[in-house]
Design a protein around this ligand. Structure first.
Ligand code: HEM
Ligand SMILES: *[C@@H]1O[C@H](CO)[C@@H](O)[C@H](O)[C@H]1NC(C)=O
Ligand SMILES: *[C@@H]1O[C@H](CO)[C@@H](O)[C@H](O)[C@H]1NC(C)=O
Ligand SMILES: *[C@@H]1O[C@H](CO)[C@@H](O)[C@H](O)[C@H]1NC(C)=O
Length: 498
C-alpha cells in the first residue's frame, strides 16, 4: 500500500511540476525549510494528518514571521506577522483566493467565497443587505426556536458520563442555516429527502478532508478517477437536485416580491412575514433575480455557499466554546448571571437587543475563537506585485495566512495559551490584524454578525438549563489538519441539570 502511495505521490508531483510549471519567479530572501529538488516539501507531508498540523506549528515557531514552502514548483508564502497580514489583506488588490479552495469549486463554483473581480464585487453588494440588522432581527426568531430545540435534544444526556457534543451542535447549526438561508425546515420530523440532504452536506465535508490530506488526489484528473471522487460526484448530484427543488418552490411562492419596499421603508419585523412564510436569504437572491441583477445559476451558487460556510464553521466554534466553558465553571456562572439579569428568571426569549448586551458571553466567545479559530488559515493569490519586509514579490504569489499562529503570538497576547475572556472587555492591546477569526478587509466574513448571534443564543440557552462539567481538557486535544480546525478525537463534556 505505502509503495503505491509513494509512487502515486511522485507521479502527482511531477504532474504539478510540468503542468503548473515555470511561470513563477523565485521568491528570494525568505527563510524556510530546504526542500528536495522538484519534490520540494512534498515528502514532508507523507505523515499522519496530526503530524502535518504540528509540523506547521513547528515551522511557525521556528520562523516566527514568514516562511516559504515548496510543493513541486508551487511556492507558498506563509505569513504569521500581523503587519504583513495587514499589507496583504487590507488592500483592495490581493483578494483572489488560493490553492486549496479549488477543491471546493465543484460544489461552490462562483459563489461569494470563491469568486473574484467584478463578479465577487457585484454579489457582495447584493448579499450585504441579507445581513442587515433588521433582517437579522427576523432570523433571530428562527434561531431562538432552534436553540430551544437544542436544549430539548440535550435532555437525554443529563448525567451521562460523557457526551460527544458535535453531533448535537452540528444538527443545530445545519437546521438553523437551512431555515434561514433556504426557508426549509430540516428537523427530525421532516422528510427523508431533507435528512439525506443533511447527510450529503456532511459527507462533502468528509470528502474534502480526505482529499486535502492526500497530495496525489489534488489534481482533478486523479481525484475524479478515485473512489472518493466518484462518491463526491454522486453526493453533489443529489445536493443539486434537492437545492433546485427548494429554490423552485420558493420562486413559486412569491415571498420575495416587493421585499425592499417593505423591509427598508417600514422597518417593522412583521413586514418580513407574508402569511405563514418566513423570510429567507434565498428571498433576497430571488428578489435580485427579479430585478435582473442575478441569474438562476448565481442563486444556486450562493445558496450552496451559505450552506457550506454557514454551518460547519459555527458548529466547530460552538464545540470548542462548550469545551472551554466546561473547564471554566466560574465563567459559566458569570454568563448565567448576566443572562438572567437581562432576561429575568422567567426565561424570556432574548431579542437581538438583549444579545448585544451580553458582554461577558461575547468576551468568552471571542476568546474561544482566538484559541480555536474554526477557519485557522486563509489563502490568497496576489494579482499585483507586493512588497513585504524588503522583499519584492511577483504577482501570482500564493499566500497562506496562519490565523491559528497569529492568535497565539506571545508578543500580541499576554499569556497567549490561557483562556482569559477579560482581555476582550478592555481596549485591545494587540495589533488590529493579530486577531482575525472572521478575517478582515474587503473579503471578511459576511456572516459574522449572524454567527455571533447564533452562538450567543445557543450558549445562553444551553447554560440556562445545564451545568457543563469537563471531560475533554484543553491539554488533551490533538489537532489534525483540515480546512476547518479539527481534533483527532471527539470532544466530550458532561451535562448536569442546573
Ligand atoms: C464562527 C463562525 C464563522 C467563522 C469563524 C467564519 C470565518 C470566515 C472567514 C475567516 C472568512 C474568510 C475566508 C477567506 O478569506 O477565504 C469567511 C468568509 C465567508 N463567510 Fe464566514 N465564518 C463563520 C460563519 C459564517 C456564517 C454563519 C455564514 C453565512 C451565513 C458565513 C458566510 C461567509 C461567506 C459567504 C464568506 C465569503 C465572503 C467573501 O469572500 O466575500 N460565515 N468566514
Ligand atoms: C485598512 O485600510 C483602510 C483604507 O483602505 C483604512 O481606513 C484602515 O484604517 C485600515 N485598517 C487598519 C486597521 O489599518
Ligand atoms: C443527576 O445527578 C445529580 C447529582 O449526582 C442528582 O442530584 C440528580 O438527581 C441526577 N439527575 C437525574 C435526572 O438523574
Ligand atoms: C472532474 O470532475 C468535475 C465534476 O465533478 C468536473 O467539473 C471536472 O471538469 C473534472 N476534471 C477533470 C480533469 O476530469
Amino acid at each position: 500500500m505505502w509503495t503505491f502511495l509513494c509512487v502515486a505521490t511522485i507521479i502527482a508531483l511531477f504532474f504539478f511540476y510540468y503542468l503548473v510549471g515555470t511561470r513563477h519567479k523565485k521568491i528570494n530572501k525568505i527563510p524556510g525549510p530546504k526542500g528536495i529538488f522538484i519534490v520540494g516539501h512534498g515528502f514532508d507531508f507523507l505523515m499522519t494528518p496530526e503530524s502535518v498540523f504540528y509540523y506547521f506549528r513547528y515551522l511557525a515557531n521556528k520562523y516566527r514571521d514568514m516562511f516559504e514552502l515548496k510543493l513541486g514548483n508551487l511556492r507558498f508564502l506563509i505569513l504569521m506577522h500581523p503587519m504583513h497580514v495587514e499589507n496583504l489583506i487590507n488592500s483592495t488588490e490581493h483578494n483572489d483566493k488560493g490553492y486549496l479552495y479549488a477543491f471546493l469549486r465543484p460544489w461552490l463554483r462562483d459563489g461569494l467565497l470563491l469568486s473574484s473581480g467584478k463578479k465577487w464585487h457585484q454579489r457582495r453588494k447584493i448579499l450585504t443587505p441579507a445581513f442587515h440588522f433588521k433582517i437579522l432581527c427576523h432570523f433571530n426568531t428562527v434561531l431562538v426556536e432552534k436553540s430551544l430545540k437544542l436544549v430539548e435534544n440535550l435532555q437525554s444526556e443529563v448525567n451521562c458520563s460523557k457526551t460527544n457534543i458535535y453531533s448535537f451542535i452540528s444538527d443545530f447549526t445545519l437546521n438553523s442555516i437551512c431555515e434561514t438561508a433556504m426557508g426549509t425546515v430540516l428537523d427530525e420530523e421532516s422528510s427523508t429527502v431533507s435528512k439525506s440532504y443533511k447527510t450529503a452536506i456532511h459527507d462533502l465535508g468528509t470528502h474534502l478532508l480526505y482529499r486535502s490530506s492526500r497530495v496525489w488526489l489534488h489534481p482533478d484528473s486523479f481525484f475524479n478517477l478515485s473512489q472518493v471522487g466518484k462518491a463526491q460526484k454522486r453526493t453533489l448530484d443529489f445536493i443539486t437536485s434537492f437545492r433546485d427543488c427548494v429554490v423552485e418552490q420558493r420562486r413559486q411562492n412569491g415571498n420575495f416580491k416587493d421585499l425592499y419596499t417593505k423591509t427598508m421603508d417600514e422597518g417593522d419585523d412583521e413586514y418580513f412575514v407574508n402569511g405563514k412564510k418566513r423570510l429567507a436569504m434565498l428571498d433576497i437572491l430571488l428578489n435580485a433575480e427579479q430585478q435582473g441583477i442575478m441569474d438562476s445559476e448565481g442563486i444556486n451558487e450562493e445558496v450552496d455557499t451559505f450552506m457550506f460556510e454557514g454551518h460547519d464553521t459555527t458548529a466547530t466554534a460552538l464545540q470548542f466554546a462548550f469545551m472551554l466553558l466546561a473547564n471554566h465553571p466560574d465563567d459559566q456562572d458569570k454568563i448565567v448571571e448576566e443572562c438572567s439579569q437581562l432576561l429575568g428568571s422567567s426565561n424570556q426569549r432574548p431579542t437581538l437587543n438583549d444579545l448585544s448586551k451580553m458582554k461577558y458571553l461575547e468576551a468568552c466567545i471571542k476568546e474561544s475563537l482566538r484559541l480555536y479559530p474554526p477557519v485557522h488559515f486563509v489563502e490568497r493569490k496576489s494579482n499585483k506585485p507586493l512588497k513585504l519586509r524588503n522583499v519584492e514579490l511577483t504577482s501570482h504569489t500564493k499566500f497562506t495566512i496562519m490565523i491559528f499562529d497569529l492568535h497565539r503570538r506571545a508578543d500580541q497576547f499576554i499569556e497567549p495559551l490561557e483562556f482569559r475572556p477579560e482581555r476582550f472587555l478592555k481596549e485591545p492591546t494587540w495589533h488590529p490584524f493579530a486577531y482575525l477569526p472572521f478575517s478582515a478587509g474587503k473579503r471578511n466574513c459576511i456572516g459574522q454578525k449572524f454567527a455571533m448571534m447564533e452562538m450567543k443564543l445557543a450558549i445562553s440557552a444551553v447554560l440556562s438549563k445545564y451545568r457543563l462539567l469537563p471531560v475533554t481538557r484543553p491539554q488533551d486535544i490533538i489537532f489534525t489538519v483540515d480546512i476547518i480546525l479539527r481534533t483527532k478525537d471527539p470532544i466530550f463534556v458532561k451535562f448536569e441539570k442546573r
